[in-house]
Design a protein around this ligand. Structure first.
Ligand code: MG
Length: 193
Protein backbone atom coordinates (compact mmCIF):
# COMPACT_ATOMS: atom_id res chain seq x y z
CA UNK A 1 0.00 0.00 0.00
CA UNK A 2 1.03 3.59 -0.52
CA UNK A 3 1.25 5.12 2.93
CA UNK A 4 1.62 8.83 3.69
CA UNK A 5 2.30 10.54 6.99
CA UNK A 6 2.42 14.17 8.04
CA UNK A 7 5.67 15.14 9.79
CA UNK A 8 4.88 17.59 12.62
CA UNK A 9 2.47 16.02 15.10
CA UNK A 10 2.51 12.57 13.47
CA UNK A 11 6.16 11.55 13.14
CA UNK A 12 7.87 14.27 15.19
CA UNK A 13 6.44 15.55 18.45
CA UNK A 14 6.89 19.23 17.68
CA UNK A 15 4.42 20.26 20.41
CA UNK A 16 6.79 19.01 23.06
CA UNK A 17 9.63 21.09 21.62
CA UNK A 18 7.38 24.14 21.27
CA UNK A 19 6.36 23.78 24.92
CA UNK A 20 10.02 23.53 26.04
CA UNK A 21 10.94 26.65 24.05
CA UNK A 22 7.91 28.57 25.37
CA UNK A 23 9.21 27.87 28.89
CA UNK A 24 12.84 28.75 28.06
CA UNK A 25 12.08 31.92 26.09
CA UNK A 26 8.95 33.31 27.75
CA UNK A 27 8.67 31.43 31.06
CA UNK A 28 5.32 30.01 29.95
CA UNK A 29 4.19 26.68 31.26
CA UNK A 30 2.08 25.08 28.52
CA UNK A 31 1.34 21.33 28.64
CA UNK A 32 2.85 19.95 25.40
CA UNK A 33 -0.24 18.02 24.36
CA UNK A 34 -2.33 21.20 24.64
CA UNK A 35 0.07 23.16 22.44
CA UNK A 36 -2.04 24.43 19.61
CA UNK A 37 -1.41 27.97 18.47
CA UNK A 38 -4.98 28.93 17.50
CA UNK A 39 -6.27 27.87 20.91
CA UNK A 40 -3.39 29.48 22.85
CA UNK A 41 -3.70 32.69 20.86
CA UNK A 42 -7.44 32.88 21.44
CA UNK A 43 -6.86 32.43 25.17
CA UNK A 44 -4.28 35.24 25.15
CA UNK A 45 -1.47 32.91 26.26
CA UNK A 46 0.84 33.31 23.28
CA UNK A 47 1.28 36.17 20.78
CA UNK A 48 1.65 35.72 17.03
CA UNK A 49 5.22 37.09 17.24
CA UNK A 50 6.17 34.62 19.97
CA UNK A 51 4.74 31.71 18.00
CA UNK A 52 6.54 32.86 14.87
CA UNK A 53 9.81 32.95 16.82
CA UNK A 54 9.24 29.44 18.22
CA UNK A 55 8.42 27.88 14.87
CA UNK A 56 11.30 29.70 13.16
CA UNK A 57 13.71 28.16 15.69
CA UNK A 58 12.22 24.66 15.37
CA UNK A 59 12.05 24.73 11.58
CA UNK A 60 15.31 26.43 10.73
CA UNK A 61 17.85 26.18 13.55
CA UNK A 62 19.57 22.81 13.49
CA UNK A 63 20.66 22.71 17.16
CA UNK A 64 17.03 23.36 18.17
CA UNK A 65 15.60 20.98 15.54
CA UNK A 66 17.93 18.25 16.83
CA UNK A 67 16.13 18.37 20.18
CA UNK A 68 12.93 17.08 18.57
CA UNK A 69 11.61 13.82 20.00
CA UNK A 70 9.53 11.35 17.98
CA UNK A 71 5.82 10.87 18.55
CA UNK A 72 5.53 7.82 20.82
CA UNK A 73 6.36 4.65 18.84
CA UNK A 74 6.34 6.46 15.48
CA UNK A 75 9.88 5.42 14.60
CA UNK A 76 9.33 1.81 15.66
CA UNK A 77 6.31 1.45 13.35
CA UNK A 78 7.80 3.43 10.44
CA UNK A 79 10.74 1.04 10.60
CA UNK A 80 8.38 -1.96 10.52
CA UNK A 81 6.38 -0.50 7.61
CA UNK A 82 9.58 0.24 5.67
CA UNK A 83 10.67 -3.38 6.12
CA UNK A 84 7.47 -4.58 4.46
CA UNK A 85 8.14 -4.53 0.73
CA UNK A 86 4.43 -4.33 -0.03
CA UNK A 87 4.38 -0.76 1.34
CA UNK A 88 5.84 2.55 0.26
CA UNK A 89 6.27 5.06 3.08
CA UNK A 90 6.28 8.79 2.38
CA UNK A 91 6.35 11.69 4.81
CA UNK A 92 4.58 14.72 3.33
CA UNK A 93 5.08 18.02 5.12
CA UNK A 94 3.89 21.59 4.54
CA UNK A 95 7.30 22.86 5.63
CA UNK A 96 9.36 25.05 3.30
CA UNK A 97 12.30 23.43 1.46
CA UNK A 98 14.95 24.26 4.09
CA UNK A 99 12.75 23.14 7.00
CA UNK A 100 11.87 19.99 5.05
CA UNK A 101 15.57 19.23 4.64
CA UNK A 102 16.06 19.66 8.39
CA UNK A 103 13.11 17.29 8.96
CA UNK A 104 14.73 14.76 6.62
CA UNK A 105 18.03 15.04 8.49
CA UNK A 106 16.16 14.43 11.73
CA UNK A 107 14.48 11.26 10.40
CA UNK A 108 17.90 9.99 9.29
CA UNK A 109 19.21 10.69 12.82
CA UNK A 110 16.44 8.35 14.00
CA UNK A 111 17.85 5.67 11.66
CA UNK A 112 14.85 5.53 9.36
CA UNK A 113 14.78 6.59 5.76
CA UNK A 114 11.26 7.23 4.49
CA UNK A 115 10.86 9.37 1.38
CA UNK A 116 10.15 12.96 2.49
CA UNK A 117 8.32 15.53 0.37
CA UNK A 118 7.89 19.18 1.34
CA UNK A 119 5.02 20.89 -0.46
CA UNK A 120 5.58 24.28 1.17
CA UNK A 121 3.39 26.29 3.58
CA UNK A 122 -0.20 26.81 2.47
CA UNK A 123 0.07 24.38 -0.44
CA UNK A 124 -2.17 21.36 -0.89
CA UNK A 125 -0.79 17.89 -0.40
CA UNK A 126 -3.37 16.47 -2.84
CA UNK A 127 -1.09 16.30 -5.87
CA UNK A 128 1.54 14.29 -3.99
CA UNK A 129 -1.07 12.09 -2.33
CA UNK A 130 -3.11 11.20 -5.42
CA UNK A 131 -3.52 7.41 -5.52
CA UNK A 132 -2.32 6.89 -1.93
CA UNK A 133 -4.10 4.26 0.17
CA UNK A 134 -3.48 5.85 3.56
CA UNK A 135 -2.68 9.32 4.85
CA UNK A 136 -2.36 10.37 8.50
CA UNK A 137 -2.42 13.94 9.82
CA UNK A 138 -3.03 15.65 13.16
CA UNK A 139 -4.97 18.48 11.48
CA UNK A 140 -8.59 17.80 10.46
CA UNK A 141 -8.70 20.66 7.96
CA UNK A 142 -5.79 19.12 6.04
CA UNK A 143 -7.60 15.77 5.98
CA UNK A 144 -10.90 17.35 4.89
CA UNK A 145 -9.21 18.62 1.72
CA UNK A 146 -8.05 15.09 0.89
CA UNK A 147 -11.40 13.31 0.97
CA UNK A 148 -11.71 11.50 -2.37
CA UNK A 149 -7.96 11.79 -2.99
CA UNK A 150 -6.69 9.24 -0.47
CA UNK A 151 -8.72 6.08 0.20
CA UNK A 152 -8.25 5.93 3.96
CA UNK A 153 -7.66 9.06 6.01
CA UNK A 154 -6.68 8.96 9.67
CA UNK A 155 -6.47 11.63 12.35
CA UNK A 156 -3.91 11.02 15.06
CA UNK A 157 -5.61 12.14 18.26
CA UNK A 158 -4.12 14.78 20.52
CA UNK A 159 -5.88 16.80 23.20
CA UNK A 160 -5.60 19.83 20.85
CA UNK A 161 -7.72 18.12 18.16
CA UNK A 162 -10.03 16.16 20.50
CA UNK A 163 -12.92 18.63 19.93
CA UNK A 164 -12.84 18.25 16.14
CA UNK A 165 -15.56 16.29 14.37
CA UNK A 166 -14.02 13.86 11.91
CA UNK A 167 -17.21 12.15 10.72
CA UNK A 168 -17.28 11.77 6.96
CA UNK A 169 -13.62 12.80 6.77
CA UNK A 170 -11.29 10.48 8.65
CA UNK A 171 -10.97 7.81 11.25
CA UNK A 172 -9.50 8.77 14.61
CA UNK A 173 -6.61 6.74 16.00
CA UNK A 174 -5.36 7.22 19.54
CA UNK A 175 -1.77 6.13 18.95
CA UNK A 176 0.72 4.63 16.51
CA UNK A 177 -0.13 1.22 17.97
CA UNK A 178 -3.75 1.71 16.85
CA UNK A 179 -2.62 3.11 13.53
CA UNK A 180 -0.34 0.18 12.76
CA UNK A 181 -3.13 -2.23 13.64
CA UNK A 182 -5.54 -0.35 11.34
CA UNK A 183 -3.02 -0.42 8.46
CA UNK A 184 -2.50 -4.14 8.92
CA UNK A 185 -6.29 -4.69 8.89
CA UNK A 186 -6.57 -2.71 5.63
CA UNK A 187 -3.78 -4.78 4.11
CA UNK A 188 -5.55 -7.98 5.08
CA UNK A 189 -8.85 -6.66 3.70
CA UNK A 190 -7.13 -5.77 0.42
CA UNK A 191 -5.51 -9.18 0.07
CA UNK A 192 -8.86 -10.92 0.56
CA UNK A 193 -10.62 -8.93 -2.15
MG1 MG B 1 0.89 18.32 11.57
Amino acid sequence: MKLGFDYDGVVADSSQLKASLAMELYGLHIPPDKFHFHILHKEGVLTTAQYAELTEMIYHRRPVAARMVPVWNAIKYIRLLLLDVSHSVTVITSRDPEASLIAEEWTLSQHVRPKLVGVGPGNSKAEVLAGFDVYVDDDVSKLASLVGVVRHLFLLSWPYNAHEDVSGIARRVASWDDLYEAIQALELEGSQQ
